[in-house]
Design a protein around this ligand. Structure first.
Ligand SMILES: Nc1ncnc2c1ncn2[C@@H]1O[C@H](COP(=O)(O)OP(=O)(O)OP(=O)(O)O)[C@@H](O)[C@H]1O
Ligand SMILES: [Mg+2]
Length: 437
């Protein structure tokens, strides 16, 4: 008997489902329920394919992966997890995993991966050392996020230009930082530039620098972002907002990797990687003639499209727990989430995506009655954070009370308080005046 596939899965029902399914498809499977048995099998012989869960017992699927590659560098390993993170996908990729499936998956997806793996042998890398898996700043184990991590793990180490698209609050800036952090430039600067916040006339000097006397007010030479970030990464946020004249200059920069400070006659080479982001549909802007097609091609070397939160609701509990423990410790609270509260959070559509969820949890950590987040508290917080919500005049007393509590929690920081309350800072000032605070 010469089994082709070693399956390592501690959950008995998942194990038997996979075994039955793959056997019906004609594969021979050796199934084990723990890493010790897996290691013993792998010490005896190699398998062309190993399918392993990640979190099993005191050892993980990454250990199984390394043992498999040690036994036979040509074997393929498919990892699967319901709790994948940027770091686990990174570790999997670095150690030569063939694929990484986010649980739950369709059996056909597994079958497709198995067929691809058995058809193509990928050389392994047994040099790689075992790493501790640090806690991730980027939360989410949904299939959509795992796809993002996979792409990042492949492109981060290259110098490829990356364009990140996605609705507001989906984590575009966070993922841009991940691209930098997992690149060879990680120890060099990461410089974000919000293209929509800088007046069109100043963007050029901001990015390319300017010479003394180049324009009124230029009293000395000023180094631009591209030069300051030399050897690092420049993050051009809201790239869809740059005007046509600047689009040409940026295009030229991406082609030549040279800067010419405003007022200078000389060009300088710089070595920066560009990661750009936008919440607009750039392709549509190209079709409408609002964004240069040639610039779009230059930017669109690798495209990451961040999935909106409503399309990955399985991440809502993870994100909620993550933010809740963060704000509980920041504000020294012990607020708990009830089942109805979690259900309400899962059912909401999250037009503001992760950022909205984050602000909502921060607000609830400070304001939730009885230190409990239940469905009612969630609904109240959502309507309060919608425009006009907290402003309701009939609730003047509750409102004043909430403002006091939030200001106390933020140590009097008014812009933080306004964010948590879901109102603009000037609205908060007006209300404080009325409250005579
Ligand atoms: N997957 C995630 N895990 C943890 N925190 C996240 C995640 N995604 C987003 N956040 C947090 O949500 C907030 C918004 O994220 P970010 O600024 O990256 O969004 P964005 O897509 O750039 O939004 P915008 O288009 O409005 O600029 C940040 O505080 C970020 O840390
Ligand atoms: Mg952003």
């Amino acid at each position: 008997m010469n089994e082709e596939i070693l399956l390592v899965e501690d959950d008995a029902s998942v194990r038997s489902t996979i075994v039955t399914f793959l056997e019906l498809e004609g594969f021979r499977i050796d199934a084990v329920s723990n890493t010790r048995d897996a290691m013993n099998r792998l010490a005896e012989r190699g398998y062309p394919l190993i399918i392993s869960d990640i979190y099993i017992d005191d050892k993980t699927g990454i250990d199984v992966l390394m043992a498999a590659k040690h036994q036979d560098p040509d074997s393929s390993v498919i990892l699967m997890s319901a709790r994948g993170t940027m770091e686990t996908v990174m570790a999997a990729t670095r150690n030569g995993a063939f694929d990484y499936l986010a649980k739950p998956f369709e059996l056909d997806t597994l079958l497709e991966a198995v067929r691809r793996a058995l058809a193509s042998k990928i050389p392994g890398d047994d040099e790689a050392e075992q790493e501790e898996l640090p806690e991730s700043e980027m939360v989410g184990s949904s299939a959509g996020m795992i796809e993002i991590y996979k792409t990042v793990s492949r492109v981060a180490p290259t110098d490829a230009t990356v364009i990140i698209e996605g609705e507001t609050g989906t984590g575009k800036e966070l993922i841009a930082r991940m691209v930098h952090r997992f690149s060879n430039r990680a120890l060099q600067p990461f410089v974000p530039v919000d293209c929509s916040a800088i007046p069109a006339a100043l963007l050029e000097s901001e990015l390319f620098g300017s010479m003394k006397g180049a324009f009124t007010g230029a009293e000395r030479d000023r180094i631009g972002v591209f030069e300051a970030a030399n050897k690092g990464t420049v993050f051009l946020d809201e790239i869809g907002d740059i005007d046509p004249a600047f689009q040409v200059k940026l295009l030229r920069f991406l082609q030549e990797r040279e800067i010419r400070p405003v007022g200078s006659a000389r060009e300088k080479k710089v070595d920066v990687r560009v990661v750009a982001a936008t919440n607009r549909d750039l392709q549509k802007m190209v079709e409408d003639g609002k964004f240069r097609e040639d610039l779009w091609f230059r930017l669109n070397v690798v495209r990451l499209t961040m999935p909106p939160l409503r399309e990955r609701r399985v991440d809502v509990p993870l994100l909620t727990q993550y933010f809740l423990s963060k704000y509980n410790s920041r504000y020294e609270r012990d607020v708990k989430l009830t089942e109805s509260g979690l259900k309400a959070l899962k059912d909401f559509t999250w037009p503001g995506n992760v950022r909205q969820l984050q602000h909502l949890i921060e607000r609830l950590t400070i304001l939730a009655p009885n230190d409990r987040i239940d469905a009612e508290a969630v609904h109240d917080a959502i309507s309060a954070m919608e425009p006009g919500g907290v402003a309701s005049e009939t609730l003047a007393e509750t409102e004043a009370d909430q403002i006091r509590r939030v200001l106390a929690a933020t140590g009097g920081n008014k812009s933080r308080a306004a964010t948590i309350l879901g109102i603009e800072r000037k609205t908060l000032y007006r209300k404080l005046e009325r409250m005579k605070l």
